[in-house]
Design a protein around this ligand. Structure first.
Ligand code: GUN
Length: 283
């Protein structure tokens, strides 16, 4: 039987609507959620992402601004902008779009962001809070993955989760979130021996490596939940995930499509983090 397709687009719209209600309440209380996105350079994919964030924040009733800087911006100038935004009471969330152009030190920029405004959850204080299980902003794409599982009614506790990919943005934080929910978690990567065999033991399989259709249908444990974080260009220019969708859906119980699966959740969770930061300020 073919898998249930997890409607990430619909679930993200639901989350955005909930955040919009919270934003109305916060605005009425004098704490309208404010998000500032910093875009350095002209990377076309980043420009699309930033535009989408901008539009979604606006529709949710946030105050949103995008600060665009040229690719040649010196590090000191970028750090000065972060300091200005840290000090600005109307700004609850700061997102510096990554990757930064060559010559800029992304690590130092992320460290400069006030952790309370780091709605990406990438500041070392927030990374530590994630692994320690203390309050802090959680990274958006990984928390979007957990939200999809929860809203689809997929149990996490006690199940075997295999996360393929070990990036700071997705693989590592998602492993921490699933562990916090009492999954038994394995992080796999390009040097993992017998990746297919490992994947076949997964009740929850997440692919976040950026290799088109790496995960084949016969890697899927029958009845598994499959989350595909990959966004790749297929040979014909279409968007394809890290999972061979048509094969995988024959064995999985539930699977996210690409596009329309995990992708839309990232912005929804970004808005939720920003609203939460505004709510904390409201007290
Ligand atoms: N570039 C691609 N994804 C992301 C993200 O989630 N946050 C930031 N800051 N940059 C990104």
């Amino acid at each position: 039987m073919a898998a249930e397709t997890i409607d990430g687009k619909g679930i993200a719209a639901l989350v955005r609507a909930e955040v919009g209600v919270a934003a109305q309440r916060l605005t009425a209380a004098g704490q309208r959620p404010g998000l500032t996105v910093v875009l350095v350079g002209e990377d076309p994919a980043s420009q699309v992402y930033v535009r989408n964030k901008d539009r979604a924040a606006d529709r949710a009733g946030f105050r949103v601004e995008t600060r665009k800087l040229p690719a040649q911006t010196p590090q000191a100038e970028l750090l000065a902008l972060v300091a200005e935004l840290n000090a600005d009471e109307a700004v609850h969330g700061i997102l510096v779009q990554l990757p930064l152009p060559g010559g800029l030190d992304a690590d130092a920029v992320v460290r400069a962001i006030d952790p309370a405004k780091d709605v990406d959850g990438l500041h070392p204080d927030n990374v530590a809070a994630l692994w320690m299980g203390t309050p802090g902003h959680r990274p958006c794409t990984p928390s979007g993955c957990v939200e999809l599982l929860d809203r689809t009614g997929i149990d996490i506790a006690g199940r075997n989760a295999v996360v393929i990919g070990r990036s700071l943005l997705v693989g590592k934080p998602l492993a921490a979130l699933l562990l916090a929910r009492n999954a038994t978690v394995t992080i796999a990567h390009s040097r993992t021996a017998d990746l297919a065999g490992l994947a076949r033991g997964a009740d929850i399989l997440v692919a976040a490596v950026g290799r088109a259709e790496l995960v084949r249908g016969n890697w899927i444990k029958p009845g598994a939940a499959v989350l595909d974080v990959g966004i790749n260009r297929g040979a014909d220019g279409s968007l394809v995930g890290d999972v061979a969708f048509d094969e995988a859906r024959e064995r999985a119980a539930a699977i996210t499509p690409v596009p329309g699966g995990v992708g839309p959740m990232t912005i929804a969770m970004l808005l939720r983090n920003t609203a939460a930061a505004a709510a904390r300020r409201a007290g």
